[in-house]
Design a protein around this ligand. Structure first.
Ligand code: NAD
Length: 329
């Protein structure tokens, strides 16, 4: 199969490219990535020498480039996006341009080139915020209630993908996952920010009261779910991807402090982010029952692997670390 992975130089995308080439030795992968601050060729290692790998430095918002990129392709897995909430609050327009307009342009290219299958990678944030003191979780039929520019732009992209299916018959699947962690994540997000600060002897900033809850998944478990859904998911269907691992930011940072032999005095409390969602939690029953997916690692195993990766890949992250206003998840 010829597969296009958009955003393949980003965090989840680069993990997915490595995963895909390893698990599908008969496939070729083309990465489409415009290399924003979040896109890193280094994350794709020495793949350039592989005859099964191609890199196109293009924006998904470039209609001519996308028309060429998806020609003759069997599957598009779409991850390219602006993805950082703090940046969205500070400057929302790039989020609309890439996540909404860029997705529409990519969908149009896939429609005109009759791409047989399109998988869209999205987030639990489109469903809004849950209260801390309820057991409620999001399901595939939860209403869309995005509260910030990032989640609203991702919600817009989800609606466009469904519209291209309903209106033009494009064969799509969608997945919405919780917060990912693992290798190659830009150190502006909570877990790599905390690890890199601690490895340098610094403090970890935590927003507000630290009680905000996220549903954490190890990135390679997410890649396995994307692979399964893109191949076997029902056309038109959405699948929630969750390892059912709800943790407060304080809990996450506490585990990292213990793993790295540091105490609570390494926490720096900072004022809360504007419109900071309180809790996300996903019910992955459909994915488990229809496709038999299960996560492969526990949270502590995934965290230990992540700490180990950052401890041994300082050359990857050291050019990226700069003073940041707060830890975010
Ligand atoms: N990280 C998470 O926890 C998480 C959770 C759920 C869903 N998602 C979704 O998964 C996808 C990937 O997230 P991530 O964390 O890897 O993001 P990331 O910010 O690490 O990577 C995004 C990639 O997209 C590229 N990109 C940005 N604008 C582009 C454009 N106009 N054209 C082409 N490439 C462009 C960037 O260069 C980068 O390589 C996103 O769609 C995001 O919404 C992420």
């Amino acid at each position: 199969m010829n597969v296009v992975i958009t955003g393949g130089a980003g965090f989840i995308g680069s993990n997915l490219v490595h995963y895909w080439l390893e698990h599908h030795p008969e496939d070729s992968v083309t990465v489409v990535d415009s290399l924003t601050y979040a896109g890193r060729r280094e994350s794709l290692g020495d793949l350039s020498s592989s005859p099964r790998f191609r890199f196109l430095e293009q924006s998904i918002a470039d209609a001519t480039a996308m028309d060429g990129a998806v020609r003759g392709v069997d599957l598009v897995v779409h991850l390219a996006a602006e993805s950082h909430n703090d940046r969205a609050v500070a400057g929302p327009l790039p989020f609309v341009e890439t996540n909404v307009l860029g997705t529409a342009i990519l969908l149009e290219a896939c429609r005109h080139r009759d791409v047989p299958r399109f998988h869209h990678v999205s987030t639990d944030e489109v469903y809004g915020s849950l209260a801390l003191d309820t057991p409620t979780r999001f399901t595939e039929s939860s209403p869309y209630l995005p509260r910030g520019p990032y989640s609203a732009s991702k919600a817009g992209s989800d609606h466009l993908v469904r519209a291209w299916h309903e209106t033009y018959g494009l064969r799509v699947t969608l997945s919405n996952s919780g917060n990912n962690y693992g290798p190659y994540q830009f150190p502006e997000k909570l877990i790599p920010l905390a690890i890199t600060r601690l490895l340098r002897g610094g403090k970890v900033p935590i927003y507000g009261d630290g009680k905000n809850v996220r549903d954490w998944i190890y990135v390679l478990d997410h890649c396995g779910a994307i692979d399964l859904i893109a191949h076997q998911g029902r056309i038109g269907a959405t699948y929630l991807v969750s390892a059912e691992n709800e943790r407060s930011n304080l809990d996450v940072v506490g585990r990292l402090l213990r793993q790295l032999g540091r105490g609570d005095d390494s926490i720096e409390w900072v004022p809360d982010r504007l419109g900071h969602d309180r809790r996300y939690a996903l019910d992955p029953s459909r994915l488990r029952q229809e496709l038999g997916w299960r996560p492969g690692v526990t949270f502590d195993e995934g965290l230990a692997a992540t700490v180990e990766w950052y401890a041994t890949h300082e050359s990857w992250w050291s050019p990226l670390v700069a003073p940041t206003p707060g830890a975010s998840a």
